[in-house]
Write a protein that binds this ligand. Structure first.
Ligand code: IPE
Ligand code: IPE
Ligand code: MG
Length: 247
């Protein structure tokens, strides 16, 4: 595949994060209920995750349910909360033979006992795999994650195990759900919305953004390759200068 060969010529993003948006609109366009879009969205996650694994990407974070998505109708919430179960089924064959590891980021106190157990089970079963890490962000909110980190550091100060002056980036990072994953290199959002919607706020501080109008269930491997190729053309400076601009 020519596009793949082009991708391998330059460094890959280590951590790709995707705001998988547009399931509802994709379904509506087909005259189907929103849940039909969510089912196809979950199937597409399998397709893109396997490709990320085959390419050699280290981490794929996906935004599956935000701390704000509880505002949706109960029926839709119930459907979305089946994700850990669906994930276990959809990835079954690959989990057995492949090196894919699954971790979850987000609150665990509101997703139900069954989900909590299932999430722990998937994490435990795949913990020694050395291939792609799929970081599923479920009941995840960037602000909540930072609040929890602040609370935990404040508690350590109160207990005398930490000094306020020692709180630095590394100290905060250690408290995030995503620790010890690397920062986000490429952040993709499907379906045309140009916003971050509370996703990986800290971790995306220097991420390259890629927006596409394509709805998530229609975001193909070819389109995923296009996003990576776009990333590889970017000039990442992290506040510094390009090597060639140094005197
Ligand atoms: C993304 O699709 C999936 C979740 C947010 C869970 P949406 O459900 O947001 O689809 P649209 O944006 O309404 O089309
Ligand atoms: C972001 O999508 C959350 C997920 C993809 C899980 P939303 O559809 O909830 O975001 P807004 O409401 O358009 O910002
Ligand atoms: Mg949406």
């Amino acid at each position: 595949m020519r596009r793949r060969e082009r991708i391998f010529r330059k460094p890959l993003p280590k951590h790709v994060a995707i705001i998988l948006d547009g399931n509802g609109r994709w379904a509506k366009r087909r005259g189907q209920p929103r849940t039909y879009g969510h089912r196809h969205g979950a199937l597409n996650l399998r397709r893109i995750a396997f490709e990320a694994h085959d390419l050699g990407i280290e981490v794929l974070s996906v935004y599956a349910f935000s701390t704000e998505n509880w505002k949706r109708p109960q029926e839709e919430i119930d459907f979305l909360m089946q994700l850990p179960h669906n994930l276990r089924e959809d990835f079954k064959d690959r989990f057995k033979h492949d090196e894919i590891r699954v971790v979850f980021s987000g609150r665990r106190d509101r997703v139900g006992k069954k989900n909590k157990e299932l999430m722990a089970e998937l994490e435990e079963k795949t913990k020694d795999r050395e291939g792609l890490i799929v970081n599923v962000c479920l009941d995840y909110g960037g602000r909540h994650e930072i609040i929890e980190a602040a609370k935990s550091l404040a508690m350590a100060v109160q207990e005398g195990t930490r000094k306020p002056q020692d709180i630095d980036e590394a100290a905060i990072e250690e408290e995030l759900y995503t620790h010890p994953l690397p920062p986000v290199d490429l952040l993709i959002r499907t379906s045309g919305e140009l916003r971050i919607s509370n996703f990986l706020l800290w971790q995306s501080a220097y991420a390259e953004f890629y927006f596409t109008k394509v709805h998530w269930p229609a975001f193909s491997v070819r389109r995923f390759h296009k996003a990576i190729l776009s990333y590889q053309k970017r000039d990442r400076k992290f506040g510094g200068l390009k090597r060639s601009d140094h005197q």
